[in-house]
Design a protein around this ligand. Structure first.
Ligand SMILES: *[C@@H]1O[C@H](CO)[C@@H](O)[C@H](O)[C@H]1NC(C)=O
Ligand SMILES: *[C@@H]1O[C@H](CO)[C@@H](O)[C@H](O)[C@H]1NC(C)=O
Ligand SMILES: *[C@@H]1O[C@H](CO)[C@@H](O)[C@H](O)[C@H]1NC(C)=O
Ligand SMILES: *[C@@H]1O[C@H](CO)[C@@H](O)[C@H](O)[C@H]1NC(C)=O
Ligand SMILES: *[C@@H]1O[C@H](CO)[C@@H](O)[C@H](O)[C@H]1NC(C)=O
Ligand SMILES: *[C@@H]1O[C@H](CO)[C@@H](O)[C@H](O)[C@H]1NC(C)=O
Length: 428
């Protein structure tokens, strides 16, 4: 009964959203509304406004010719720029459809700014395909070959290229790594496939890394997993297998209309954020328009397919207890009939998690994450020999609380930074 009620409520919420969108499109009269002053700022305007106008732009080219932007915040606000003492390097990697801005968007107590204030030389990577890294030496960004990548390539090419660039720039070969969501996925792939780079990770902090999704509670996720091959084929035939949810400036006015602080639809906006795990207490309602300013910012269709494949591989046969129906297999992209040609074996190679036994990997997770359940994170932790589990004590902690929650600093960041400092040999 409770379940049915939950489902009905959800259906009701979605239809209400649809009506609201229609309503606000018809509504043409401009009315005066209060907006958070960070609304509409891009990454660079945001940095200027928050007193970090001394940031640096860098450009990194990968082995496979993707041209990526790399942002550096070399010091804290009140630190003089003249000291030449070496600083520990932190490399931050954002999630899918996201940009480096999401790691700063909370403002002064965001993880990015807090690390700069704590004495780290902070580098924010921009994964291929997001709005700040849309370039390639040979391929046009509208072409199929440009979008022919998953998080495997983010891990295998983007992170190493950034690490090598940073090493040249700062003279330091090691980095303290921090990744959210797909940034965590990419770390696990990197650590499993490129031991020479793993050996240069002082410590890794993974916020809700998406590897196993056996207990995923995103609406329609299981259905999408079931028909993954059909989706892939249809999109390929229609040549839609390129970008998903690119940055679209037309979205913001809509979000502003619906989700400004005093909007009658505010509760609805808050419940929509709950698709990834409801935690209204931690959403700062005055900032929804800031969060939506450039999210989504583009990702590849292939990355989404790769996640669905991982979730699909381990479907257990009928008769196995309901609780253990799924057990994903974390492996490379499944090209089906072309696997033999690509990998010299009928199935894609697995990522060897047991090889990650020499660098400290902290896996942070909430109990209310609808992307992955607690047991998914626990499985990942048990399979990485040098992993250390960090279950967030706040019971409703979800997937996006790691970057958006009001209390993220007290609940997660302070401890994260303490751990990162503990492992660095250079003292910030
Ligand atoms: C960094 O690059 C952006 C985009 O090209 C530009 O708008 C901004 O002014 C640059 N900032 C600096 C400090 O060079
Ligand atoms: C920087 O200095 C100003 C003025 O002394 C102070 O108000 C501010 O809190 C300092 N900021 C940080 C991050 O230490
Ligand atoms: C995508 O990459 C795979 C593997 O490198 C390759 O076999 C395939 O031909 C590529 N497809 C396109 C459209 O570039
Ligand atoms: C670099 O990272 C490796 C792997 O975690 C570690 O063994 C080594 O001590 C680190 N070196 C420095 C200078 O921090
Ligand atoms: C995985 O890594 C472990 C530890 O390095 C190694 O002993 C094992 O042979 C590897 N397995 C495969 C399939 O490569
Ligand atoms: C979150 O922060 C607010 C304001 O600082 C505080 O009142 C509240 O107790 C905090 N909640 C948690 C769960 O830490």
């Amino acid at each position: 009964m409770k379940k049915i009620k939950g489902k009905l409520t959800r259906i009701f919420q979605y239809s209400e959203a649809l009506l609201a969108v229609l309503f606000c499109c018809i509504l043409s009269a401009e009315s005066k509304i209060w907006l958070h002053p960070d609304t509409g700022l891009n990454l660079y305007q945001f940095l200027d406004k928050h007193g970090y106008g001394f940031y640096e732009n860098h450009t990194v080219v990968t082995e496979d010719d993707y041209v990526l932007s790399l942002l550096r915040i070399p010091r804290g606000k009140n630190e003089s720029g003249r000291t030449n003492a070496p600083k520990p390097v932190a490399l931050l990697v954002h999630g899918i459809l996201s940009t480096p801005k999401d790691l700063l968007v909370k403002g002064d107590d965001s993880i990015g700014f807090s690390l700069a204030e704590a004495g780290f030389d902070v580098f924010l990577m921009s994964c291929r395909g997001n709005r700040y890294s849309l370039a390639h030496r040979k391929f046009s960004i509208d072409s199929l070959p440009y979008w022919n990548f998953s998080w495997h390539e983010v891990a295998y090419y983007d992170i190493p290229a950034n690490m090598d660039y940073i090493a040249k720039l700062t003279g330091q070969s090691n980095v303290s790594f921090l990744g959210h969501s797909q940034g965590g996925t990419a770390f696990v792939v990197l650590a499993a496939t490129r031991p020479e780079y793993r050996a240069r990770i002082t410590s890794a902090q993974l916020f809700a890394p998406v590897v196993y999704m056996d207990r995923c509670r995103i609406p329609f996720f299981r259905m999408a997993v079931e028909i993954q091959e059909q989706i892939e084929d249809i999109f390929r035939d229609l040549q839609l297998n390129k970008v998903v949810l690119p940055y679209n400036p037309a979205l913001l006015p809509l979000v502003i209309r619906l989700c400004h602080r005093d909007s009658p639809y505010l509760n609805l906006c808050v419940s929509l954020t709950g698709i990834l795990g409801p935690d209204p207490e931690q959403i700062d309602v005055s900032k929804i328009t800031v969060l939506a300013t450039e999210y989504p910012a583009g990702g590849s269709f292939k990355a989404v397919m790769h996640y669905l494949q991982v979730a699909k591989t381990g479907r257990k046969p009928k008769g196995v207890s309901k609780k253990k129906r799924f057990a994903g297999i974390f492996r490379q992209y499944n090209y089906r009939t072309r696997n033999a040609k690509m990998y010299n074996q009928p199935n894609p190679p697995m990522y060897n998690l047991s090889a990650i036994n020499d660098v400290p990997v902290y896996v942070w997770y909430g109990m209310n994450d609808y992307f992955c359940g607690p047991s998914d994170f626990k499985r990942l932790i048990s399979e990485i020999p040098s992993a250390i589990g960090k279950q967030v004590a706040y019971p409703r902690w979800n997937h996006i609380d790691f970057i958006y929650a009001r209390n993220a600093s007290d609940i997660v960041y302070k401890e994260t930074i303490r751990i990162m400092k503990k492992y660095t040999k250079i003292h910030p």
